[in-house]
Design a protein around this ligand. Sequence first.
Ligand SMILES: [Zn+2]
Length: 325
Amino acid sequence: MCGRAGVMVGAVMCVACALGHVLPPPPSSHAHNNRLQAERHHLDDPHYVFRSELDLPADLQARLQEDHHDPEVTGGFFQGDMAGLTPETVVMNTRVALKWEAFPEKRWPNATVPYSISSLYGQNEQQMIRTAITTLQFLTCINFVEWDGKVEDYLLFWPMKRPRGCWSYVGRRGGMQVVSLQAPDHRSLRCFASLGKPIHELLHALGIFHEQARPDRDQHVTILTENIITEYLGNFRKQSGQNTTFPLPYDYSSVMHYGSNFFSYTKSVPTIVPKVPGVEIGQRIMLSKLDCLKLNDLYGCLEDPTDRLKYITFCNFLGISQLSS
Ligand SMILES: [Zn+2]
């Protein structure tokens, strides 16, 4: 139980990390546990306000909380839903990405990811989270295991109050690591509107950035900066070439691609336009074939010849590319 309370510790440390441009080490377990006990009641308090120095100005929050905005953009994090990072940390420290050889601690060891799901979620939401996990477990060699209450590093699915929305850290950060999925309310299904939303955040937690942050994206999409809320122009920066380690084609169908009007002043004007006419972007139905291959590559699932054939076959069954037609 105390593990759940550690969310606050992790989140606050994340803020410090973002401001200090360094990634914090995992907390020592003793001090960590004491802090968890002290913080636990906050997480069980539905009125508790998350103390984030990354909070947005109230007027901006209000604009982003409007119904037409996706909950992926409401957290106020780097590129909308990635905690623990700022544009500066990524630009200046180009290791915060997928290159395991440069940043090995971001990888989940033995492709094993312990997880726990908050009981604050209803049955339907818990079931969707489990379906997202089961989907990734089936399509890849990544093994998700229920947290045993002991291991230090695990994912905790928790409906954070503030910043609310759908958000995740990128890669393993050490200790308890929140994947925040805003629960349905009277206005919308929020992060449970489709299976692709929890899958999107899970892929961040496994170490994957947004597709349109690739260094070669300008060959594939046009960014309409004049339509982007000024404060969020930074969300459309590209990663350096050092961060992109996979020679897979640009994937409009990726579940990790922004939608056409993310961070737009209004829903009616786009912020990203594909250079291929008629192509759809921003699907949150299911990971794409290339998302699947990327994940398998990332976690070494394709190294054994038998497994390679199996997982490539599985990935090939994913038909999200049809959305592009
Ligand atoms: Zn995202």
